[in-house]
Structure formats: C-alpha cells, structure tokens
Design a protein around this ligand. Structure first.
Ligand SMILES: [Zn+2]
Length: 434
C-alpha cells in the first residue's frame, strides 16, 4: 500500500501491466499528441486530434505505448502480437471520471414516480432516493456488491472505458463507507482496467447521526484518517446542494481530505447555485461536477484555480433536468470533461460515447472537444494527464478499436450505437469480439 502524496493525489498505478501488442491497419488514429505534448486542455481545435492515417499503427510494450506512426511497420514492432483495426478508428481508451458503480438494489420504482411528476427532492423526502439505495447496499453482502461492481466494470470496458472513477456514498456511516471503500480498493488492485476510488461519505445525511455536523465530524475524525492510513481512496467528494450539504458543512471535510493527501472532486451546483463551484476552486479541487447552476464568479474561480468542469449530460437526459452550458466554461478558459454519472437512481446511462454525443448536441461542445472530454480532459480531471487519454510514447497502452467506424466524425455521429471491436488496457485485450 502506497501512502497518498499531496503533489500527486492520484498516487501510483494500482498494478503493473506488461502487455505487448501492435495495432495495425488503422484507418484513423486519434493521438491527441498536441494536447499531451503541451499538457493543454483548453482552446481545442481540429488539429488537436493529432490524427494519423490511413495505415497507422500503435506499438505497445510492457503496457506502455512505444511507437506511433503510419506506413510500413518498423522492424522493432514486427514480432509483437498483432491486432488488426481493419481500416477503422482507434482512439485513446475512454475515461469515465464520475460513476457511482458500487451499490445494492434497484430504484426502478422511482422512475414511474418521476414520470408522475415527483422531483428528485420529493422522492428523497418520501424515503426514496439515496437513502433507499443506502438500505439496499447495507443489506447486500460483500460478494453481492463486488459481483455487481465487476459486472458494471466489464460493461464499461465493453463500451471502450479503460479508466473508471468509482465513488462510495451508499454506506452513509463510518463503518459502512469503510466497507465500500475496502471493497473498491480490492477491486482496484485486481481490475484489468484502471480504477480511481473516491470517498463520497457526504452523499446524504447519515441516519446514525442526529445532525449533518455530527456526521461530518465523524468523517473528519474517524473515516478520512482511516481511508488515508489504509490507502483506500485517491479522492474525496461531497454532494453540495440545497437540502444536502452546504459549503460550510463540507469545509472541514475538504480541509481534512487535502491535509491527508486526498484529491478533491465535488458534486457542485446541479439543482441550484449553492456556491459549490467557487468553493471547489477555493479548496483546490481537481474537478467540479454537474455545474448547471454555477455562478459566473464560480466559473471564473474555477478558471483561476485550474479546476475542470465535468459535465454529466446523461443525468439531464434521464431525469429531464437542464443540461449544463459548456460555452460558459469554455469562454472563461475552464477545461470541460464529460462523464456518465452512472448510478441506480438518476442516471442508468453508462455509455460514454453516447454521453459525448449529448455533450456535443446539448452542452455545446465541438466534435473534437466532445472526444477530448471523454479521454484527455477527463484524464486531466483525475490528474492522470501524464499517462492517460492520449496515444503517444510513454503513455499507458489503453485504446479502443472501432473497426466499423472509419473516423472520429463517424464515432460522434454514431451516438454510442457501435461498441468497440476491441478494447486494450495496458497492452492487454480486455473486451471486444475481434
Ligand atoms: Zn454523481
């Protein structure tokens, strides 16, 4: 177990992969080399795709990209196992930087309640919502929770995702949050894809504590120190929203998390302007997520602090809440990522390519921005931009092959309909039929 460090909240890779592979016959290879070389995540133009092809190749040795080019295969790659892209598109492995993929039970009954006009907050007030999943999660065995998580990770991988952030948050007591985080840490050590683990203890009020302040205090005094001591998570998160946690409630938790070397990513201003984006920036958060009701001042603070805006349009599609306007963030120089927000209540959308399409149509991202938002910029939101989200020498050998899609414009217009024909993580095949 490595102890988290302040300078690199994401920590070391969970496991060493050593796959060797060369992908040949690529019609279009998206490298994002201009972004990776400049370590830049704003002001994107078509050139930033760093597209190569036709007849492009990617060589991976020891789990890392070693060579990228086009034309005849260099002798140094000739002996590697080959994967044929059959003239299709290859992109960096997709990065889903916001999921709630460990939980028990189902909230399908709430879907009909919402169709009958109930809001997210009204469903929660009736004992549904997050507390309903908390009860089902507490009632599930470790084996059941792990089996569900592994199913969801495998499904994400089949859709091109090679890096996945997963939050706790359905335990809602020190002991139950620790149980989820220990299961996630174990999954991280064993998964073929890269997992980033986030402690979302402040997801809703805890039934065991009489006040929000008492629960926050227990998290600060007991939970976060245990998380750091056991190396269970790389990140801490909180649901900052009217009726949940206010900025003042979360401040001691955010300060403790930072002091222990955990990075911060926060649920911010989804239903109302709770001042969360400004607070996220002030606390040095890597990412502020949702952001529909971010104030202008909050967005300007994010730009100054380098906080990524991670927009979650799948939730807007699923629950008919407003889409975030990416142009407000782009105009001020805030990097924009997209993620699924996959969770049992407010977003069953787990298809990140579909989310990229939603980000283009409903949030106002250009095609190149939409693809970067689920690869390189998403990696930046996880502080993994030095090794994820681009295909250049030295980066992790994570990629998705779409033999049936000729280029990136077809990928975006396809709206997530066509799954990758092959998915590679750390140079090893993890999904795909061919
Ligand atoms: Zn969320």
């Amino acid at each position: 177990v490595t102890s988290p460090s302040l300078s690199s909240p994401a920590g070391a890779p969970a496991r060493t992969r050593a796959g060797d592979l060369v992908v040949v016959g690529i019609g279009q290879l998206v490298t994002f080399a201009p972004l990776a070389e400049a370590q830049r995540w704003t002001g994107l133009t078509e050139d930033d795709l760093g597209a190569l092809g036709p007849d492009a190749y990617v060589g991976i040795a020891g789990g890392k990209v070693t060579q990228v080019g086009r034309g005849p295969l260099p002798a140094s790659l000739a002996s590697l196992p080959r994967l044929d892209a059959r003239g299709g598109l290859v992109v960096p492995g997709l990065v889903d930087a916001h999921t709630h993929a460990i939980f028990g039970g189902s909230r399908a009954h709430e879907f009909a309640q919402r169709l009958a006009g109930a809001t997210y907050q009204e469903i929660a007030a009736r004992g549904g919502g997050i507390l309903s999943t908390m009860r089902a999660t507490r009632g599930a065995s470790d084996a059941e929770l792990i089996a569900g998580l592994e199913r969801r990770i495998a499904r994400a991988a089949s859709l091109g995702v090679t890096t996945l952030e997963v939050k706790s948050g359905y335990g809602l007591s020190v002991a139950e949050e620790l149980r989820l985080l220990r299961l996630l840490a174990k999954a991280r050590a064993e998964a073929q894809v890269t997992l980033e683990v986030t402690c979302l203890a402040l997801h809703a009020a805890s039934p065991e504590h009489p006040t929000l302040a008492a629960y926050v205090d227990a998290c600060v005094r007991e939970l976060l120190p245990a998380v750091a001591a056991e190396g269970l998570a790389q990140w801490a998160d909180a649901f900052i929203e009217r009726g949940y946690f206010g900025v003042g409630d979360v401040a001691p938790y955010a300060a403790k998390a930072r002091a222990l070397g955990l990075g911060l990513r926060l649920h911010a201003d989804e239903f109302s302007d709770a001042g969360a984006t400004g607070a996220a920036a002030a606390w040095g958060a890597a990412s502020a997520d949702h952001d529909q009701f971010a104030s202008d001042a909050g967005i300007e603070a994010m730009a100054a602090a380098g906080t990524v805006a991670t927009l979650l349009p799948g939730t807007s599609l699923y629950t008919a809440i407003p889409f975030a306007d990416a142009k407000r963030f782009k105009r001020r120089g805030v990097p924009v990522a997209l993620a699924t927000d996959f969770n049992p209540g407010s977003c069953l959308v787990d298809n990140l390519a579909l989310v990229a399409g939603l980000g283009a149509v409903h949030c106002g991202l250009t095609p190149v921005e939409a693809l970067a938002a689920v690869t390189f910029v998403a990696a930046r939101s996880l502080r993994l931009e030095a090794r994820k989200g681009a295909l250049v020498p030295g980066y992790d050998g994570d990629l998705a092959v779409y033999a049936d899609l000729p280029d990136a414009s077809h990928w975006l217009a396809d709206f997530g309909r066509t799954p990758p024909s092959a998915v590679v993580a750390g140079g090893a095949r993890v999904a795909g039929a061919s």
